[in-house]
Design a protein around this ligand. Sequence first.
Ligand code: ATP
Ligand code: MG
Length: 348
Amino acid sequence: MDQTTLTRPETEATLAAKPVILTGDRTTGPLHIGHYAGSLKNRLALQDTHEQYLLLADTQALTDNAHDIGKVRRNVLEVACDYLAVGIDPVRTTICLQSHLPALAELSMLYLNFVSVARLERNPTIKDEIRARGFGRDIPAGFLCYPAAQAADITAFKATVVPVGEDQAPLIEQCNEIVRRVNAAAGREVLPEAQALIPEAGRLPGIDGRAKMSKSGGNAIPLSASEDEISRAVRAMFTDPEHLRVEDPGKVEGNVVFAYLDAFDSEKDDVAALKAHYARGGLGDAVLKRRLEDILQALLAPIRARRAEVASDPAQVHRIIAEGTQVAREVTEATKREVMDALGLFRL
Ligand code: ATP
Ligand code: MG
């Protein structure tokens, strides 16, 4: 990638005409095929028609990783490499770093006054995540409050479209509640409401079938997985533990291989026929796994090659993030000023 790819050809007028998208990823590990099915594919499709910002959410990652800040720091470049490897174009999409956008933290502090602790505790995503992380009563305050911070992220860019996985829908709902309260306090519509764009594939389970695939769960197939890692992951994949002999009827529901075929196999009729055959009996796991492995190998080979190319020049990736963050800083500072003024805070 040469330096010239960084110039942004759009004028202010063309930018203003496009709806704004804000999404991002916590910098907790390399992105996985759940991200590909759940959000990256949508982001790729939308980068021409929308003004798109991708947030490397390192401060949000701290809310449950304060004990391992090194991991959060190291994965900033990893996640950026994944974006570029799947085809996110830094000319059309602004990649920016959350911890270097002070307006996001300032808006978060303001928004915390427009949401109750009880409401934060009732958020179904937060409830699930608290359970999954085993926090018990020791919930970091930053973690409980991250929906307000996410509302700051979305609104600071005046985003109206948020392409996310299904697990994030309650967070967008909570963001819109905050928006309505801020607008009511301001007496005018200073912030727009946002809409979650959720892909049909829904939430991809992890290879163990126990929870959703997640960077922190040890159950993911990263986009950077080697051929061998893909093979091993597919072989280890959870199917139906009671499907012992090929001729036995098998369970499709909860079978991870079918969940992945639904997400990645473009031959939908074939998949439907395979499901029927499996449920009837006479179709072994090995045949299904071979088909899935071929699909995943074909999907990930070009991404892996492109990633190696991108990662060979970390200084360039660094520059892309720095430049995107500079662009984002101007946008977010302007919104922060507008919100403060609309709420009637003292002006200096
Ligand atoms: P962590 O384990 O650190 O929480 P994660 O794998 O859950 O990481 P996030 O950074 O929390 O990833 O999520 C980023 C985006 O990817 C969100 O929009 C989320 O909905 C989507 N996403 C994450 N995991 C999946 C999945 N398994 N299936 C579909 N979408 C997903
Ligand atoms: Mg997550």
